[in-house]
Ligand binder design. Structure first.
Ligand code: FAD
Length: 324
């Protein structure tokens, strides 16, 4: 149980060239602007530093990689062990050939899109609509407007918990809708992406279009985490005798979810599959709101919604999950 993992201190950890911070305020740094601390936040200086750390860090200490927390609730009781935050040593974007880019895990998706546009590489502009990092995109198979990370990925490079470097071709990663089949201990350090030859002005125009469309349809200025739940699979909708193109926001809307509040957490009025911290939400309010939506949709249609938002940290044992 996560709640039972004893608190880790800097003296339990190997020496590194990067930076350790004890009791780092992680929640405040995420998109939801709420939640607890990391026992230890580690910002490795570079790839070698991270490898040395993983090799020497006792295996009973949990190690959790994060990106920019645009898809994650940090629980109020904090995250045990060491949280890895990829910083400057992992932001490089390098052109390998005319249409191929090697992109570091800490590079923002937006920067990947802007750089590829500048270099006349088409196909990566969908990244401009996703406010995460490349590491998060590889873990989540992030996608928008008909393209997913896996469609432009040639190879991902990750470290396992023992610090071994693994090169995985896209097919080996079994990526599907908002999911990567990479082992759960995989820490992505970079990806190799392939686009097509394009014209910079056209690619930039497409990026502007995406920006305008997002502003219209998503609460992008709010403290949110993107889509809360994944769309149900066609077979789940068929079993519930619902149209096979029905989206999760429609299921939430149908059960009165739009604008529904628990404490300071609210299902967005603009896009009711987005949860919002209206100002003073705890991470528990957000989780309770999500569980309430799951319970209502299950009672209404028999469909069990799957969280797309990741929840990290020690659960609050006083709260019951409303639906398993
Ligand atoms: C306004 C808004 C709009 C959004 N729109 C979209 C959208 O259109 N499409 C879409 O797909 N998503 C969307 N999202 C969700 C989110 O931006 C994506 O899932 C993004 O890929 C998450 O990246 P991140 O760096 O923020 O990851 P985080 O939230 O920090 O982490 C997400 C998961 O990835 C893991 N992770 C992060 N980095 C690494 C790494 N280097 N190695 C291994 N695991 C890692 C974390 O442990 C966690 O499990 C949206 C979010 C917001 C707030």
């Amino acid at each position: 149980m996560l709640g039972e993992i004893p608190k880790v201190k800097i003296e339990d950890l190997p020496p590194v060239r990067g930076r350790y911070t004890e009791d780092a305020p992680l929640g405040a740094f995420g998109w939801f602007r709420t939640g607890g601390t990391a026992d230890i936040l580690f910002k490795p200086a570079d790839e070698e530093d991270l490898i040395d750390f993983l090799k020497a860090c006792p295996t009973h200490i949990p190690v959790t990689p994060i990106g920019v927390l645009s898809n994650t609730i940090i629980r109020d009781n904090g995250v045990p062990g060491v949280v890895i935050r990829f910083g400057r040593g992992f932001t490089d974007i390098e052109q390998e050939d005319e249409t191929v880019l090697q992109i570091g895990a800490a590079a923002l998706d937006l920067n990947a899109a802007i750089t590829s546009a500048r270099l006349g590489i088409a196909g990566l502009e969908f990244f401009s609509g996703i406010p995460g990092s490349i590491g998060g995109a590889l873990r989540m198979n992030a996608g928008a407007y008909g393209t997913e990370t896996k469609d432009v990925l040639v190879e991902a490079v990750y470290l396992d918990r023992a610090g071994q470097i693994i090169h995985a071709k896209t097919d080996d990663l079994n990526m599907s809708y908002r999911h990567s089949g990479a082992p759960s201990d995989a820490m992505f350090i970079r990806g190799i992406f392939k686009g097509e030859i394009g014209e910079t002005p056209q690619i930039e125009a497409r990026i502007s279009e995406i920006k305008a469309r997002r502003a219209e349809t998503q609460p992008i200025k709010s403290q949110t985490g993107g889509s809360t739940f994944a769309n149900p699979k066609p077979e789940e909708l068929a079993a519930a005798k619902l149209p096979e193109d029905m989206k999760v926001w429609q299921l939430i809307d149908k059960v009165g979810g739009r604008g529904f509040k628990v404490g300071g957490a609210q299902m967005s009025e603009l896009h009711c599959n987005f949860m919002i911290n209206t100002g003073d939400a705890s991470a528990q309010d957000l989780e309770d709101l999500g569980e309430e939506m799951r319970r209502r949709v299950y009672d209404d249609s028999g469909i069990t919604l799957r969280w797309e938002i990741r929840r990290l940290g020690r659960p609050d044992n006083a709260h019951n999950v409303l639906l398993q």
